[in-house]
Write a protein that binds this ligand. Structure first.
Ligand SMILES: [Mg+2]
Length: 380
């Protein structure tokens, strides 16, 4: 079997409000859909939670010159060929001609690589007529799902947290994550207290700072939040000191530290474990490096007692968490106002019900795309 073509489709949907997190805001939901075509009628699909969508799509198109003709079952060889672009001495025979592939665009190379790699793993499942969770050795297609909500919303200045959390309880969720760090600590304490009071003592409550604080600020915050029994404290520190200072924070608090969604590769995830003291790893295969790199991260974390929790794209990540020995749970976005793409872009995919992700038995990742939706919301 040989790869014959790569295609990338940028999709973006305007949201009904601006959603704030600790260090930034967004008012669109975006995804890149990647197709990896083969000479045997199998097409692999990926959805990417990347940034710089236009460059990623151009890269996927130009990477055809390196990848077309390769065996899609050879995921390590394909991964190495693309990753080599980011080093000082790529094989001259596989050096892309385009000026796009320079050091400033490494993050986009890693996202384009993720698209190709995930597509290749989808092909692998389809070629062996197995869902990826089985191909990877898993024996269950059901795993815990939690909801990410509790954003600071431009259309709900008073929060609306109570009503929002109640809606998740009604859907059967027993784990809720909310955003912290975009308000004063006093206001955030009120938000956290309100959520704990609404969901009761037995539900999991995760707190996500999205890089909002310095070390001293984060210590003050987690000391104040601890009485509300958070399950984890996620990405609390500013991006520029998120390894060593994170280790100091981890040594200060009994609340487990979670991080990894912003990392580009397994080496940085190693440092999060070794220096940052993280106990929950959230490396995003759909943002950087794909399934192949996620499995490397998971193996290192397994050896160090760190659990894998996933970031976005549960229809893909769920297969990995279900199979990994240290796989734990998946992040989901059931609110269609926040994630209209997950709600509307698929004609088939894993389902979320009663606070669980239910993977299906279809080969590959088990999702299909509504191409009319892609055509309607395609950008660029
Ligand atoms: Mg996060």
């Amino acid at each position: 079997m040989k790869i014959t073509a790569l295609r990338a489709h940028p999709v973006s949907v305007k949201l009904p409000a601006t959603f704030w997190v600790g260090n930034s805001s967004f008012d669109t939901a975006s995804v890149v859909v990647v197709e990896v075509e083969t000479d045997q009628g199998l097409t692999g699909l990926a959805t990417l939670h990347g940034r710089g969508m236009k460059i990623v799509c151009q890269m996927v198109d130009e990477l055809q010159a390196l990848i077309v003709g390769m065996d899609p079952l050879a995921h390590e060889a394909i991964w190495a060929r693309v990753f080599d672009i980011t080093t000082a001495s790529p094989d001259p025979a596989h050096k892309p001609k385009s000026a796009l592939f320079h050091a400033d665009n490494r993050a986009q190379v890693m996202t384009a690589l993720a698209g190709i790699d995930i597509g290749v793993w989808d092909i692998k499942g389809k070629a062996f007529n197995l869902p990826v969770w089985r191909l990877l050795g898993g024996d269950t297609r059901v795993l815990p799902a939690y909801v990410t909500g509790g954003y600071y919303r431009s259309d709900k200045p008073d929060g609306g947290l109570r009503e929002e959390m109640q809606s998740y309880l009604e859907l059967g969720y027993t784990g809720m994550k909310i955003k912290v760090g975009a308000a004063s600590l006093a206001d955030d304490i009120k938000r956290v207290a309100e959520v704990r009071a609404t969901i009761g003592p037995d539900c999991q409550m995760m707190l996500d700072g999205n890089g909002a604080w310095s070390l001293n600020e984060a210590i003050a915050a987690i000391d104040a939040f601890t009485e509300f029994k958070p399950t984890w404290f996620e990405e609390p520190l500013h991006w520029y000191d998120s390894y060593r200072a994170l280790g100091k924070l981890a040594g200060h608090t009994s609340i487990p530290i979670a991080s990894g969604e912003s990392e580009l590769h397994a080496w940085n995830c190693r440092d999060l474990v070794d220096l940052g003291g993280v106990r929950i790893m959230q490396f995003d295969a759909c943002r950087s490096g794909g399934v192949t790199e996620w499995l490397r991260v998971a193996a290192y974390c397994h050896l160090h007692g760190v659990r894998m929790s996933t970031h976005h794209e549960p229809h893909i990540h769920g297969h990995l968490a279900a199979a990994a020995p240290n796989g734990w749970n998946v992040e989901t976005f059931p609110n269609a106002e926040r994630d209209p793409i997950f709600a509307n872009m698929y004609t088939n995919r894993a389902q979320i019900t009663g606070g669980k992700l239910l993977l299906n038995d279809e080969p590959g990742f088990g999702f299909t795309i509504d191409w009319d939706f892609v055509a309607k919301y395609k950008v660029g």
